[in-house]
Design a protein around this ligand. Structure first.
Ligand SMILES: Cc1cc2nc3c(=O)[nH]c(=O)nc-3n(C[C@H](O)[C@H](O)[C@H](O)COP(=O)(O)OP(=O)(O)OC[C@H]3O[C@@H](n4cnc5c(N)ncnc54)[C@H](O)[C@@H]3O)c2cc1C
Length: 447
């Protein structure tokens, strides 16, 4: 039994169906026929990038998935030639990198995955039913307690194995305490980042040479950023972000003014005359949150997957890929027969470690304040990474490595290879230490 039919729940169910005769997905929402945002997944109204590693896994689990998205009108975007990426250090070079992304809405990805599972006779969906607790049993748990959304009536559902994939708001810590287990410890790293998203109709006469633009924040001074991308249906989705508490507004006029304040003009130039296709949606619960189930004694047949175990700052675009990596970890663990929950939680933790390390290393800086608030080791690392970013702006090979790491097809250590690290170190040593500056909100135009 899988709790939650979001991306993680669907991918977990797909993998479980290889080992179990019957898999049931219990979902609190009604599950619509169309690819639309649901109440239970408010994040679906915001831009969702699928990292290259995530799309490889989806193709592995659902052969032909990419072709299906292409047929639905989702453009293929080479992340260096079809995208303009502006870092605080400057603009990445435009060249054919071979690192591609299918630009799609989150609602469409989820709907297409669900459609594949609906055709599988081993998988059942129970929508409109909220899981409210676990039932204890001799194996650990014997199922879940549910409440029907339509009339509040209670029902118990038995299962041999329960996977919680109920997302960032998971109540599993409380469910565990209710049946006599300890709740997991948590690590939280909060960059105080906010989102504001608006959808637009792409003008028919648009003549820009890009499919997407990303203007990225850069600690400590460049608090603002944004992404604009063409997705299916001739739509643009424009998200503005502000870090360190510099939240973007949801008022339509202020939204456009915020876009004008970014350190690259392309997003503002595109949206200022475009026809909106939605209101401006805001979102602020973006802290990285790791629940340490890998260190917790769980019932042997109860697992916690996806955002329910590890929430990542969404602006790095890795959450769905982390959910896919966790499904692959589950597939591997199902090959063994002992201590499933312990083996899975540990393997999942290792699988998402590159995502967690990348997002939290960067966000720890925003959480700390200014350069002067960092310890000396972190300050040196920051200076070196600043130089790596400048190299990426100057050199195609470094830009390709940076994109490879961001897309989880290269390990973070790829940025430490001698051809990148040595020149970055040399430049760091040459530079005079910059004056310590406070965290500033006004934006500086760098290109
Ligand atoms: C603003 C924002 C932008 C994002 N952008 C990106 C991006 O660009 N790229 C990317 O890869 N990721 C992005 N993410 C992250 C991504 O949405 C998730 O990491 C990913 O979808 C995996 O989520 P999940 O399936 O674990 O949880 P969710 O997608 O939240 O799904 C949980 C499901 O469980 C159901 N549920 C909850 N409680 C219960 C219950 N008690 N009983 C039954 N059902 C229940 C919910 O209704 C929902 O369907 C973003 C997230 C946010 C917030």
């Amino acid at each position: 039994m899988v709790v939650g039919a979001g991306v993680s729940g669907l991918l977990s169910a797909r993998v479980l169906s290889e080992s179990f005769d019957r898999v049931t997905l219990v979902e609190r929402d009604a599950l619509p026929e169309e690819a639309v945002a649901r109440k239970g997944v408010p994040q679906a109204r915001h831009l969702h990038s699928l990292a290259a590693r995530g799309s490889e896994i989806l193709e592995d689990l659902f052969p032909g998935f990419d072709a299906e998205l292409a047929a639905a009108g989702c453009p293929l975007l080479d992340q260096a030639s079809d995208a303009v990426t502006v870092l605080a250090a400057g603009r990445l070079p435009r060249f054919r990198s071979g690192i591609t992304m299918r630009a799609t809405s989150r609602a469409l990805i989820e709907r297409r995955i669900r459609a594949r599972l609906e055709g599988d006779p081993r998988i059942d969906f129970l929508p409109g039913r909220e899981v409210v607790g676990l039932m204890p049993g001799p194996m650990g748990v014997s199922g879940v307690r549910t409440r029907l959304r339509v009339d509040g009536s209670a029902e118990k559902l038995s299962a041999d194995l329960v996977v919680d994939a109920s997302g960032a708001g998971s109540r599993a810590p409380r469910w565990l305490e209710e049946i006599g287990h300890a709740a997991p410890g948590e690590t939280v790293v909060d960059a105080r980042l906010g989102y504001a998203t608006r959808w637009y109709r792409m003008p028919e006469d648009f003549s820009g040479d890009w499919t997407g633009v990303a203007v990225l924040p850069g600690w400590p001074e460049t608090t603002r950023g944004g992404t604009l991308r063409r997705v299916e249906g001739g739509l643009w989705t424009a998200v503005l972000i502000g870090t360190g508490g510099d939240y973007p507004p949801t008022d339509p006029e202020e939204f456009v003014a915020f876009a004008a304040s970014l350190h690259g003009p392309a997003i503002h130039d595109a949206i200022k005359g475009a026809e909106p296709a939605s209101p401006v949606y805001g979102y602020r619960r973006t802290a990285n949150r790791l629940r340490h189930y890998e260190k917790t004694r769980l019932p042997g047949n109860f697992l916690v997957a996806g955002d329910a175990a590890c929430v990542l700052n969404p602006s790095y675009g890795q959450g769905m890929t982390a959910a896919a990596l966790s499904a692959m970890a589950l597939r591997k663990c199902l090959e063994g027969d002992r201590n499933l929950s312990r083996r899975f939680q540990r393997r999942q933790r290792r699988a998402v470690a590159p995502c967690w390390t990348a997002t939290t290393n960067s966000d720890a800086q925003w959480a700390a304040g200014g350069v002067g608030d960092l310890g000396s080791a972190r300050r040196i690392l920051y200076r070196i990474s600043e130089e790596v970013m400048k190299l990426a702006v100057e050199r195609e090979d470094v830009a390709r490595t940076l994109l490879g790491v961001k897309n989880l097809i290269e390990p973070p250590t790829a940025l430490l290879r001698p051809g990148i690290l040595l020149p970055a170190l040399a430049r760091t040593l040459k530079r005079r230490p910059a004056k310590l500056r406070p965290l500033a909100s006004p934006q500086q135009k760098t290109s």
